[in-house]
Write a protein that binds this ligand. Structure first.
Ligand SMILES: [Zn+2]
Length: 285
């Protein structure tokens, strides 16, 4: 059993063949997944999709969407979290965070939305799913200031010192397609050297395609498609297994346990296969 802790199955890239994408994922053994929202306009759709696709979900405003969000979207998030308080498929607040890589964004507004969403997560007792891009120290500063219940630093790309600070605050770090590139020395060193309990797997589909799906900008301009999907997770996991010297079975077991520790709500999701096997699931669906 594989857990994709971060995939955007609601993205328009999947509109034409979502059912087929889901079928391929299940065939590959990816039977648990988390769908993080990126903007308030998508909250209903992400929730409905999580219920329809037997997934877990998170609600939040992504830093790249903050400039087009309005302040009332924070109220919408608070209301949506309240409305979902009895929904066992809601497992986190996310995707939230800070992006200090993309030029031209309003950093002060990002910071305000980040801190406000951290406080909503804290008040709801939910972990957070963080977007980290050139922003690890600023994110950590916010975590210290607001106080949170941990979660996942997704697509982690900071230094080892920063990684350990997230781990010390109870966070797991998400590893996915970026780790599959041989030139990604820093990310590979983290994947190989961090405590085993710190690692979770993710695709970030449709983004961050692994090396074997990567197409250059010129190829994409020529019409080549470079879309990641959850079915790629076991092959991405094989890269982690090789870096750690683990078997694939151990990699699945360890990363699944870590995902459950980072997002405890995953244990209460009424997964259809678990219900069918009589092995748990609340049946509140
Ligand atoms: Zn994402």
């Amino acid at each position: 059993m594989w857990i994709d802790t971060h995939c955007h199955l609601d993205a328009p890239e999947f509109d034409a063949d979502r059912a087929e994408v889901v079928r391929r994922a299940r065939a590959a053994g990816v039977t648990r997944w988390v769908l993080p929202a990126v903007q308030a306009a998508d909250f209903d759709r992400v929730r409905e999709m999580a219920h329809g696709l037997d997934a877990a979900y998170a609600l939040g405003i992504h830093p790249l969407y903050v400039d087009r969000a309005d302040d009332a979207d924070l109220d919408r998030l608070r209301d949506a979290l309240r409305a979902a308080v009895r929904d066992p498929r809601l497992v986190a607040v996310g995707e939230i965070g800070l992006d200090h890589f993309v030029p031209g964004l309003d950093r002060e507004r990002q910071r305000r939305f980040y801190l406000a969403q951290l406080a909503l997560a804290r008040d709801a007792g939910l972990p957070v799913i963080l977007h980290v891009r050139r922003s690890a120290d600023a994110l950590l500063h916010g975590l210290r200031r607001v106080g949170t219940t941990g979660g996942i630093a997704h697509a982690f790309n900071g230094s080892e010192v920063q990684a350990r600070q997230f781990v010390d605050r109870g966070f797991a770090l998400g590893f996915g397609g970026a780790m599959t590139f041989e030139r990604a020395l820093q990310i590979r060193a983290l994947a190989a050297g961090l405590p085993a309990t710190a690692l979770v797997l993710e695709t970030d589909a449709p983004d961050m395609p692994p090396q074997w799906l990567y197409r250059t900008a010129a190829e994409r301009a020529g019409g080549a498609v470079s879309r990641n999907e959850p079915a790629e997770l076991p092959r991405i996991a094989a890269v982690l297994a090789a870096l750690r010297g683990w078997s694939l079975e151990d990699t699945a077991r360890i990363t699944a346990a870590n995902a459950l520790a980072a997002l405890p709500g995953l244990a209460a999701v009424p997964w259809h296969d678990a219900a069918a096997a009589g092995t748990g699931g609340g049946g509140r669906d």
